[in-house]
Write a protein of this length. Structure first.
Length: 504
């Protein structure tokens, strides 16, 4: 059956029924999974693989090959060579390759989106949209590559003092499963625009989107070794790549504990890092706003990607004068969310991406319930296959409930009250997270107070805004450091050189 999966020959099996389901899934065009090293696709030196599951059914979609140390060494050598070729290409040529790859990704967005829905669960329209947005990110960075400006600093006659910014070298990048196209592209686009090469390890749970995008880069004429795509045992891969003298920058998106681990590995060899970690975004709904409109906007934001978004609104502080109206509208909006297989038309929320996540979310809900919270809707594990969890609204949540301290990363909304705005801001800022924050108010002065007061790197006022290529995203406090997107997104991949030139 390994051929049916399109998996490498030494595929590790799984239960018979899962194999049969995998064969069925294979016919739904889940692509062949391979490593891309030095411009060539391979199955990995050791033949180890891991099954990839469809979260809507639990069926095996395919098998992802896992890299061995020998594969990683080849990737390191290739990235070193690829960087030297890529950084020295004329900027027009680099920009041209990146734009061509973006065009190919746009053209294959339906195919990438379908693979993404199969492996991650989000509704097909979201997946296809994400593939287009990933291409848009690449288009934007292809142009930003031309603007990696240095500067001239005034100095005496007969000498010139300047600052130049050049690519830092090969990058090691690690990205999670929640945005299988957008996550990897944020790192690939900025690193390649800066003139770096990259070894990227997307999540083994959602490998196909990256494989298809990497094919587009290949087809666009990216030189060998500039983009290397590996999968593996995450801790093995990071422990091998980060200390290598080839790697000059480490970029990670994922949980805070893993971020700290990788930042520690990088610190031991004095390497700079970009860390895009978890969040627990507060929402402050003020007394001078329409609570029903705010609740509708918040519910849309909350249930996007089943709440598995680092910037997902996750603690709702509502002014007491609006509390009942907000809760009622939020529950109504939650009821209206059609949950189902992301491939089915009209589905607004798919399953959770994996069984682990669903369990973790349910534990947080159970903990809150035990401590006295009321579950107004949802909160029960559904029967049947797949990793579904329903839209869930909690009220009367005590302050010591775990869900008010730990990132929920799921479709759960704890709604709390406040009377005084300063108090709400204090509660909003009380956690070690500082990624996103949301405010709803009709008064500019209140919005200004929120913007200044929130300790977070991504702020939205009167809506739940998403990321765009031209603006930076990133966190404060334990949510990480460095920025992705915007001109700032190039910073991590460039080194600054001071040049003083005595003119002959
Ligand atoms: P996790 O902490 O086990 O893994 C997070 C990611 O890091 C995964 O992609 C995993 O493959 C990778 N990883 C784990 N150990 C690694 C290592 N030693 N070296 C390199 N990579 C490693 O958590 P999970 O169960 O996959 O996700 C749960 C939590 O992760 C969520 O609660 C959320 O906090 C966080 N998360 C954050 C984002 C984000 O966008 N910031 C995305 C996904 C998950």
């Amino acid at each position: 059956t390994t051929e049916t999966h399109g998996a490498p020959a030494a595929g590790s099996g799984g239960a018979q029924s899962a194999e049969a389901a995998g064969a069925a899934a294979g016919s739904r065009n889940y692509p062949e999974l391979r490593l891309l090293i030095d411009g060539a696709w391979s199955a990995g030196a050791g033949g180890r693989t891991e099954p990839v599951l469809d979260p809507a059914t639990g069926a095996v979609l395919g098998h992802v090959p896992l890299a061995e140390a020998a594969d990683l060494d080849r990737a390191l050598a290739a990235a070193d060579r690829g960087w030297r070729v890529w950084r020295d290409l004329p900027i027009e040529q680099r920009t041209g390759v990146l734009r061509k790859a973006a065009g190919l990704i746009h053209a294959r967005a339906e195919e990438i989106g379908r693979a993404m829905t199969l492996e991650e669960g989000k509704p097909l329209t979201e997946s296809v949209g994400e593939a287009h947005r990933a291409a848009g990110q690449l288009e934007w960075y292809a142009e930003e590559a031309r603007r990696a400006y240095g500067r001239i600093i005034p100095s005496g006659p007969g000498e010139e003092l300047s600052v130049v910014r050049v690519s830092c070298g090969p990058v090691a990048a690690f990205v999670p499963w929640n945005f299988p196209a957008g996550g990897p592209m944020r790192k690939i686009a900025a690193a390649l625009a800066a003139g770096c090469s990259i070894i990227i390890k997307p999540s083994e749970e959602t490998p196909a989107s990256s494989v298809l995008m990497a094919e587009c880069f290949q087809q666009a004429g990216l030189p060998a070794g500039v983009l290397n795509l590996v999968f593996g045992v995450p801790a093995e891969v990071s422990a091998h790549l980060i200390p290598s003298p080839v790697i000059q920058h480490v970029a990670f998106t994922g949980s805070i504990p893993v971020g700290k681990l990788l930042a520690g590995l990088a610190a031991a060899v004095m390497k700079p890092t970009t860390m895009e970690l978890g969040g627990h975004a507060p929402v402050v709904v003020c007394e001078d706003t329409d609570p029903v409109a705010a609740a509708k906007a918040c519910a849309r934001g909350k249930y996007a990607n089943s709440g598995q978004v680092c910037t997902s609104p996750s603690r709702f502080y509502v002014h007491e004068s609006h509390y009942d109206a907000f809760v009622e509208a939020f529950v109504a909006a939650s009821e209206a969310v059609r949950v189902g297989n992301g491939l089915d038309e009209g589905v607004a929320m798919g399953p959770m991406a994996n069984a682990r996540r669903r369990e973790a979310v349910h534990e947080l809900v159970e903990d809150a319930r035990k401590r006295g919270a009321r579950v107004l809707i949802g909160g029960e594990l559904p029967d049947g296959p797949g990793f579904y969890y329903p839209p869930t609204v909690l009220v009367d949540v005590p302050e010591d409930a775990r869900i008010l301290h730990e990132e929920p990363f799921g479709p759960v909304a704890p709604i709390l009250r406040f009377t005084d705005l300063d108090d709400a801001l204090e509660r909003a800022n009380a956690l070690p997270y500082g990624l996103a924050a949301y405010g709803f108010t009709d008064r500019a002065a209140v919005a200004d107070k929120l913007v200044r007061g929130f300790e977070a790197g991504i702020l939205s006022i009167n809506h739940c805004g998403g990321s765009v290529p031209q603006a930076p995203s990133g966190g404060f406090k334990e949510s990480g450091h460095g920025r992705e997107g915007g001109a700032e997104g190039l910073d991590g991949y460039l080194v600054t050189k001071r040049v003083s030139h005595k003119l002959a």
